[in-house]
Design a protein around this ligand. Structure first.
Ligand code: SF4
Length: 196
């Protein structure tokens, strides 16, 4: 059974299906690229210190999500808004398919996935029609170079340095009050936040 986390801080009030950043091979490689946002990964930091106790549950989710979850075990949620991978990243194609199946199984909820894994998303979109209640957000690893959503994505999420002159539309907001990333066909599609 996969575990849903109760988030705090910016994500307070949004349920999240997280996975273990520290055992994710893609995250490990990206974390060595110090000039990217992954080089300053908040999850890596938290799971190595004051959120260490979350690691076992996130690791169980990593194992569950990296194989196709049978139909009768796909989680049901009553949450209006759900985030995938507030910690962690899409592990493989099975993980992406599980996300798709969860959105289909829970049409009353809106799911938002943040990911840098363009290749997995493109492969998924070639084989499947994305459910209307699944919002795909490209998480741009490059700091201070905001871009729009790549082909196939609904939105892009970009980081800029604190004090940057680049116009920001996310800095200082709480997701449950804003909900731009959790509302289908909403504007803006290019989200910009200062690095925390
Ligand atoms: S734009 Fe709004 S919903 Fe999206 S991450 Fe920022 S605060 Fe959250």
């Amino acid at each position: 059974m996969v575990h849903k986390s109760k988030m705090t801080g910016k994500l307070e009030g949004i349920g999240a299906y997280n996975t273990n950043t520290k055992s994710n091979k893609f995250c490990e490689i990206m974390h060595t690229r110090k000039s990217t946002i992954c080089g300053r990964c908040y999850s890596h930091k938290m799971l190595g210190s004051y959120r260490k106790s979350c690691v076992p549950a996130f690791e169980r989710n990593s194992k569950a999500f990296s194989g196709v979850i049978p139909d009768h075990l796909i989680p049901t949620t009553t949450d209006a808004y759900v985030r995938f991978n507030a910690h962690g990243e899409v592990i493989n194609h099975a993980h992406m398919l599980n996300i798709h199946n969860m959105a289909k199984h829970n049409p009353q909820s809106t799911f938002a996935l943040w990911t840098k894994r363009v290749g997995i998303v493109r492969d998924y979109l070639k084989a499947h029609t994305k459910p209307d209640n699944l919002i795909l957000i490209y998480s741009n690893p490059t700091i201070d170079k905001p871009i729009g959503p790549p082909r196939g994505f609904d939105k892009s999420f970009n980081n800029v340095e604190k004090g940057s002159n680049i116009k920001q539309n996310c800095t200082g907001k709480k997701c449950i009050e804003c909900r731009v990333c959790y509302t289908v066909n909403s504007r803006p599609v290019r989200i910009v936040e200062a690095v925390k």
